[in-house]
Write a protein that binds this ligand. Structure first.
Ligand SMILES: [Zn+2]
Length: 266
């Protein structure tokens, strides 16, 4: 026997993530709701649910979930009526690219250009200029220099339609880039690429050392260079850049590249 239940909150409440093709919402079941996420992106997403149930018992204490790539109606939790009375909930969901429930692995990155090539680090980690408070490396190189993946992963974003660059912050939005998601949830960003300078597309798998594009001088830039950074998306902050170690051949690895030194890729 069913009781008439009065719902004070809309039962399906799709939430669109900023720039991500992800929706989530609850669907009514006999005595409550099941909360579903549809992820149409080619990469997993991490979902954080802020949930305020009313007269509903939630079947898990978890509020952060990983939803696989290209998955429809992935159930993350259920809510069931506690006592026979009205019930409902309020919810808001936020999303991050990748599985962000894991810690970054210690990984030896390769220099992001061709083997035997050598380029100067024009700006290192946390320098006084545009890298203040950030882990990022600028490699000075002429426009059109082949850029290679420093680590394998999945291409999550590409922009290559811009040809503008200038030395002012107002040009920031004109940067071309390739972003690659690694299996530990970190993301590498290769920035200032030349117009039409990408050889990969969103959804492509790339291997370490694969030629992925061509450097340039687009965006906010004082001269042709490649800006390379690795970060981890977080719910609390936009991006947390992380220090990376580089492999320089045989048993040589460095924790940090030094400004104004040239580094030859083995
Ligand atoms: Zn930079």
């Amino acid at each position: 026997m069913r009781f008439l239940l009065v719902l004070f909150i809309l039962s399906f409440f799709p939430v669109h993530a900023q720039n991500l093709d992800v929706t989530s919402g609850a669907v009514a079941i006999d005595d409550g709701y099941t909360y579903l996420v549809t992820n149409k992106e080619p990469f997993p997403v991490t979902v954080k649910l802020d949930l305020k149930p009313n007269n509903l018992k939630v079947n898990t204490s978890k509020r952060v979930f990983v939803v696989p790539a290209n998955t429809e109606n992935f159930e993350i939790l259920q809510m069931h009526m506690i006592k026979r009375d009205t019930y409902g909930y309020k919810a808001s969901a936020s999303y991050l690219i990748g599985n962000q429930t894991q810690e970054p692995l210690d990984f030896l990155y390769h220099l992001p250009y061709a083997r035997t090539a050598s380029y100067r680090v024009s700006q290192g980690n946390n320098s006084s200029s545009t890298h203040r408070g950030k882990y990022a490396i600028d490699f000075s190189m002429p426009t059109g220099t082949p850029v290679h993946a420093a680590r394998g992963g999945l291409v999550i974003a590409v922009r290559e339609d811009q040809s503008l660059g200038c030395t002012k912050p107002k040009c920031l939005e004109y940067a071309n880039y390739i972003k690659i998601l690694h299996k530990d949830g970190t993301i590498a960003e290769y920035t200032h690429l030349m117009v039409n300078g990408s050889l990969v597309r969103k959804g492509d798998k790339v291997n370490k050392d694969q030629h992925i594009g061509y450097s340039g001088n687009t965006g906010w830039s004082t001269g042709p260079h490649l800006h390379f950074t690795v970060y981890r998306p977080e719910f609390s902050r936009h991006n947390r850049t992380i220090p990376v170690r580089f492999w320089l051949g045989n048993s040589v690895a460095v924790n940090e590249l030094q400004e104004n030194r040239h580094y030859r890729k083995p």
